[in-house]
Ligand binder design. Sequence first.
Ligand code: NAP
Length: 294
Amino acid sequence: MYQIIDGKKISAEIKIEIAKQVEEIILKGEKRPHLAAILVGGDGASETYVAHKVKACEQVGFKSTMVRFAEDISELELLSKIDDLNNDSDIDGFIVQLPLPKHFSEEKIIRAINPKKDVDGFHPENIGRMTLGLPAFVSATPFGIVELLKRYKIETSGKHCVVLGRSNIVGKPISILMSQKAEFANATVTVCHSRTQNIKEITKQADILIVALGQQGFVTADMVKNGATVIDVGIHRVKSDKTKSGWKLLGDVKFDEVAEKCSYITPVPGGVGPMTIVSLLKNTLLAAQNKIEF
Ligand code: NAP
């Protein structure tokens, strides 16, 4: 019988832990942690993500600031705002919601963020530090996955972890974290991508299978070893006549058939997704407390 890795429950517990720490900060007479989010343009999905982040800040007692720009602002204007936030001592951390409109170089924008305030963990300095095992802001989704493995006490040391996907925000960082010489890591990691041959032969060897492909229902039961832990990062909004909204969320894993073979599995929704936002809150708290030594 498999056990669900309940990201919704764990993220709610973490929010309570963060809220308690905020209360202690305020009792000590220190300032409230403050997260800012920059949103450029009116992309519907980005609006929703940022709204969730702002709401989560309120839930734990953080201050939050939303900075909105029209889609056609210039790169210079955006860089100038980033400079303001870098130098605003009241702001502990900030994010620039991606993707940005096409006329921006995302790489240039991310590099402009002060790494000490880069609570998304996308700045090359944070990625480099994380890779070297130095204190760093770790990007939210991989951070959340490691937290789930920790809280469910899933053994990773010496296990074979197969990561499907090599994106800069999920596949690459989680593969590095899982192979680190550290607690809740020490795994033997194989990374697969669109050029990998015989994926099924590789996934069948995984004790821990982390799937971040963006391909709905890609992982089927015949690709999974008995007793494996499966972490599904994929999110797909698909039409459904069985829900009130007319939509439902599905992952990269065919949950119904794969779950039976697993010891642990994350559902979609309610698995990795809720952990991403609390990881951003955790990073903001770390920034407010200067816990990452640069
Ligand atoms: P991405 O940037 O599109 O990267 C996808 C990766 O999967 C790439 O490395 C690609 O290989 C590989 N890939 C795609 N199709 C493949 C196939 N058929 N066989 C083998 N490899 C294949 O995606 P991402 O940003 O990592 O996101 C992945 C999924 O996670 C999406 O559904 C996204 O919405 C979701 N997501 C969820 C959260 C969350 O909070 N739960 C956070 C971030 C992302 P190449 O490198 O060779 O192109």
